[in-house]
Ligand binder design. Structure first.
Ligand code: NAD
Ligand SMILES: O=CCc1c[nH]cn1
Length: 500
């Protein structure tokens, strides 16, 4: 039965993880479930390239089992009060915080992200979501509308069974950002993690049940795209929330639309970060580093198109180069490491391909530009300057540690260039001119904007994209609207006046 195992690991992490690892491929109806008929999924530790766990894709029987459990579990869950539901979600948040270290190690093993990051950004962000939506669960209500003697009341109802499909960059966070609002509203969820990072969501399911979640309310099944596609089209499913690339988003949105299902689409980006000459250069360099090299550049909202006003270009690049000396690449489980590998060999090769294109198309390589001399899938933090708008590295999402620096002269010019993209996930501006800062963000065609900072995503604030980058918003009270719908009830206080 126990087909998930973490094999020996040079850093000794395995020993510490004996009690923390998931014990089977799927979590359904409150328990781990295995079905070795499913095709194997190898979980590869990105810092060594070695297989650390082997799981199995969900077979059609497993998918059916998960959806049936979710259908039955949702009825029990929705019948509880919001306060009762919230208490369980908040208890899960507390358990996650208590086990932050072991969950962070698991996140690092799943993704290769440095433990220095995962200790503060992943399980903690998941706990924030469960705590925040747990707190809201008791106050998800409709309204009363008086119409003379008559009146209308509305009921905010859950949608039913929701499917969550995750990307590989934030496996714990994505499992919680989707699960917490869905469950707060009284829905159940079947979550399919990315096949590249299958481990973390299983622990979230296990902890939710330990906190008292009724069986069947949060289930996890493994699989590649075909498993995701089979979940999306199942008639038992009312809503699909995807975090992934734009091409996958188009397919999933189309399949959901065909069946008139609700969707949230959290997709890719190529976000602009504009640095005006009056900005504090050190602060702007910090923003550009955070917005390009955190999680080794594998963050959807990264400000990968850095527009620097011409007069400060030299000073900006000089300071940026100095600050890159601070990158510490190496064993992600060593807390001194602050820059990890790409999640997979495939992603590393995609990123190296873009770096070659940048050079071939005439951009100036300022830093990095190659694999690091280490085991695993490491690519150096890379900066190109003199990038022009038509270059491939200026137009396509790379999803790796590659910053493209552009020159600009005027605000009007840079705004037109910043918005000249199919994407609209995020955008940022560094300036000390407050009027300009607000004028610039008003002009951005993007769902999430930053003034004098970058990439923060607290649960209290809506997060999501415009244009091809997405539909709907995660986090904040906004997410409640995306996991519930309103029923209108008209109450007449006088007899009906019919026309004949
Ligand atoms: N906007 C956001 O919040 C956000 C957050 C993280 C990542 N992302 C984006 O995710 C992408 C990187 O992640 P990825 O490579 O895992 O993305 P991906 O699109 O390849 O895969 C995402 C998920 O979709 C599944 N999938 C693939 N085809 C499917 C189909 N036809 N039907 C249903 N499911 C299917 C995959 O198995 C995976 O679980 C980047 O574009 C990044 O910007 C966006
Ligand atoms: O990867 C996208 C989601 C995100 C942004 N900042 C932190 N998480």
């Amino acid at each position: 039965m126990n087909c998930v195992y973490l094999s020996k690991h040079p850093s000794g992490a395995t020993k510490a993880m004996q009690n923390a690892q998931p014990t089977a491929s799927h979590f359904i109806n409150g328990a781990y479930v295995e079905d070795t008929d499913g095709a194997p999924i190898e979980c590869i530790y990105p810092a060594t390239g070695k297989v650390i766990a082997t799981l199995h894709e969900a077979t059609p029987a497993i998918v059916d089992q998960a959806l049936s459990a979710a259908k039955a579990g949702q009825k029990i869950w929705a019948a509880m009060t919001g306060t009762e539901r919230g208490r369980i979600l908040r208890r899960a948040a507390d358990i996650i915080r208590d086990r932050n270290r072991e969950l962070s190690v698991l996140e690092t093993l799943d993704t290769g992200k440095p433990l220095q990051e995962t200790l503060v950004a992943d399980a903690t962000s998941g706990a924030d979501a469960l705590e925040y939506f747990g707190g809201l669960a008791g106050s998800i209500t409709g309204e009363h509308i008086q119409l003379g003697q008559d009146w209308v009341y509305t009921i905010r109802e859950p949608l039913g069974v929701c499917v969550g499909i995750g990307a590989w960059n934030y496996p714990t966070q994505i499992a919680c950002w989707k699960g917490a609002p869905a469950l707060a509203c009284g829905n159940s969820m079947v979550f399919k993690p990315s096949e590249t990072t299958p481990l973390c969501a299983l622990k979230i399911a296990e902890i939710l049940h330990e906190a008292g979640l009724p069986a069947g309310v949060y289930n996890v099944v493994q699989g590649r795209g075909a498993v995701g596609a089979s979940l999306v089209i199942d008639p038992r499913v009312s809503k699909v929330s995807l975090t992934g690339s734009v091409p996958t988003g188009r397919k999933v949105y189309a399949a959901a639309a065909e069946r008139m299902k609700h969707v949230t689409m959290e997709l890719g980006g190529k976000s602009p970060l504009i640095i005006f000459e009056d900005a504090d250069i050190d602060n702007a360099v910090s923003g550009a580093i955070l917005g390009n090299f955190y999680s080794s550049g594998q963050v959807c909202s990264n400000g990968t198109r850095v527009f620097v006003q011409k007069d400060i270009k030299k000073a900006f690049l000089k300071r940026l180069k100095e600050r890159l000396e601070g990158a510490v690449m190496g064993d992600p489980l060593d807390e001194a490491t602050n820059f990890g590998p790409m999640v997979s060999a495939d992603q590393m090769n995609i990123v190296l391909g873009y770096i070659n294109k940048g050079t071939e198309e005439g951009a100036t390589l300022v830093a990095g530009g190659k694999m690091a001399d280490l085991d695993g899938f490491f690519v150096e933090p890379t900066v190109f300057a003199d990038v022009t708008d038509g270059m491939t590295i200026a137009r396509e999402e790379i999803f790796g540690p590659v910053m493209a620096v552009f020159d600009f002269e005027t605000e009007e010019e840079v705004m037109a260039r910043a918005n000249d993209t199919e994407f609209g996930l995020a955008a940022g501006v560094f300036t000390n001119d407050l009027t300009r800062a607000h004028r610039v963000v008003a002009g951005f065609e993007a769902g999430t904007c930053y003034i004098n900072t970058y990439n923060l995503a607290p649960v209290e604030a809506p997060f999501g994209g415009s244009k091809a980058s997405g539909v709907g918003r995660e986090n904040s009270k906004e997410a409640i609207n995306h996991y519930s719908e309103v029923k209108t009830v008209y109450v007449a206080m006088t007899p009906v006046e019919s026309q004949f």
